[in-house]
Design a protein around this ligand. Sequence first.
Ligand code: TXA
Ligand code: MG
Length: 316
Amino acid sequence: MAFPTETVYGLGANALDDEAVKKVYLAKGRPSDNPMIAHISSKDDLSQLTDKITEDTKKLMDAFWPGPLTMIVEAKPIVSRVTTGGLDTVGVRFPSNPVAMAMISAAGVPIAAPSANLSGKPSPTTFQHVFDDMDGRIDAIIEGSDCEVGIESTVIDMTGETPTILRPGIITKEDFEKVLGKEVLLDPALLEKPKLVKGEGLKVTTDDFKPKSPGMKYKHYAPNAEMIIYKGEKAKVEEAIKEEKAKREALGEKVEVIIFSDSDSKFAAHELFARLRESDKAGVDVILITALSETGVGFSVMNRMLKSAGYNVVIV
Ligand code: TXA
Ligand code: MG
């Protein structure tokens, strides 16, 4: 069953039940070594899933739960290894969306839930997005309001000496550091830029890309349309987009232009996946989109945007 959360819609099953979780992988068409997040409806529930709750984990839980934060902790044996993709760690999140909370609490068990999109597609941020991907593949969708955040939760690994961000989100490195009073790390894979090869724009390959969070290695968030990111000074970017648009339209292609602003990266987070899906629905051939600077929430939005575009970036 799919349900709304404050980040994106999720597709849920009992996180303690192998067979239930397998059905989720099937409905999404998702590789089964990509672990799912277990969703809980109170802070106390964390101790059902792990024996090891560190001081840092407590601090982050108190600061950011309920909310768009997933913490990776050691998993008790009770957690289905189908949920964890065979790992002995589990990602746990206590969402703040009241519908999600009510559903999890009514279920009485932790709910394993990936984003409710077909594997590879942009994550769904509205009921309609879920319906478009999942109609006929799942039993039910709980219709809620559109998701406020628009990108998935921040994933932070709490199992090591120093907390390490595996997936950036609306809660940033700086936010964690403020609460913990110490530096947290970024998984090096988040900073690794696939090789830039000068060609028509700058084409890149992802061959030597080895992220620690298994979910980060698959083709992700991709619209059907070709997508080109423009990076550089604002006026030059706008000029380059205008030129490319004219060129493509002269070839009879349908072009979508998406302009985001650094001064409102939260808006960009909210809009990105929805705009990609709208473009596909409208039969767009090519999406021309502006890059954000990679700081704060902009870093998280760029993480998704680069994957959506298959790292197709033009630097002007
Ligand atoms: O906002 C969200 O987190 C949404 C909503 C539904 O809660 N869920 C979501 O789930 O984005 P999913 O399955 O699409 O992404 C989970 C991410 C993947 O990148 C996965 O590899 C990573 O979390 N992950 C989960 N468990 C992990 C673990 N034990 N170790 C490392 N990474 C893990
Ligand atoms: Mg997902």
